[in-house]
Design a protein around this ligand. Structure first.
Ligand SMILES: [Zn+2]
Length: 211
């Protein structure tokens, strides 16, 4: 992202899990990405139409079913745009390999899947995201930063943190990732999480009882 880039950020949430999907639009170019694909993709398809945005990629903070269930519909609506995911959860998307031993259902498979590499920038049209590794809820959990916005998936929520009771979760890694990758940001940085309302790093620093 270049200095002064104006972004429009808007969420849709499904009614079953309250999982957020986000649309991030560069207001100058109308290039856009969708972050996570919740259970009601139709809401996102309509939002993209309303904003007259051009979706350049679909980014995944992680691959729990409520964050990927809408992928098929989004791909149909937006064309064969890249889906980007951390390498350790790539097979969930490319092979349909379930993320959780606890939920062994078969999943659809996709091609044109990019890797989100921690410490590197992911570019989608005129949008650039910094990739931060925030594992623990799941091995390939990432936070995506653009400008003053952090998309934290199910690592950090307003007033809470993600579950770490699945067989491939790691509660220590979750806290460490949040402290080292997220709490180092300035107080006014916005937190857009996988569920629930928007927050700021400052608010979480002061009031989050899990940190
Ligand atoms: Zn979730």
């Amino acid at each position: 992202m270049t200095d002064g880039q104006r972004l429009h950020i808007e969420a849709t949430a499904d009614r079953q899990f309250g999982t957020n999907s986000y649309l991030v639009v560069d207001e100058a170019t109308h290039d856009a990405v969708v972050i996570d694909a919740n259970l009601e993709p139709e809401l996102m398809v309509r939002l993209v139409e309303r904003r007259a945005a051009t979706v350049r990629a679909i980014l995944l903070t992680h691959t729990d079913i409520d964050h990927i269930a809408g992928l098929n519909r989004l791909r149909k609506a937006f064309g064969d745009v890249p889906i980007a995911v951390h390498d350790s959860e790539r097979e969930v998307v490319t092979e349909g390999k379930p993320l959780r031993r606890e939920f062994p259902n078969a999943l659809p498979t996709f091609d044109n899947v990019d890797v989100l590499v921690p410490g590197e920038t992911y570019r989608a049209g005129s949008l650039e995201f910094e990739v931060l590794h925030t594992p623990g809820h799941s091995p390939g959990g990432v936070t995506l930063r653009i400008g003053n916005a952090l998309f934290t998936g199910d690592a950090l929520f307003a007033g809470s943190i993600g579950r770490s009771d699945f067989s491939n979760s790691d509660g220590v890694a979750l806290i460490e990732g949040i402290r080292q990758q997220l709490m180092v940001h300035p107080d006014d940085r916005l937190v857009f999480s996988g569920h629930g309302p928007v927050s700021t790093i400052g608010q979480e620093r002061r009031y989050n009882p899990f940190l």
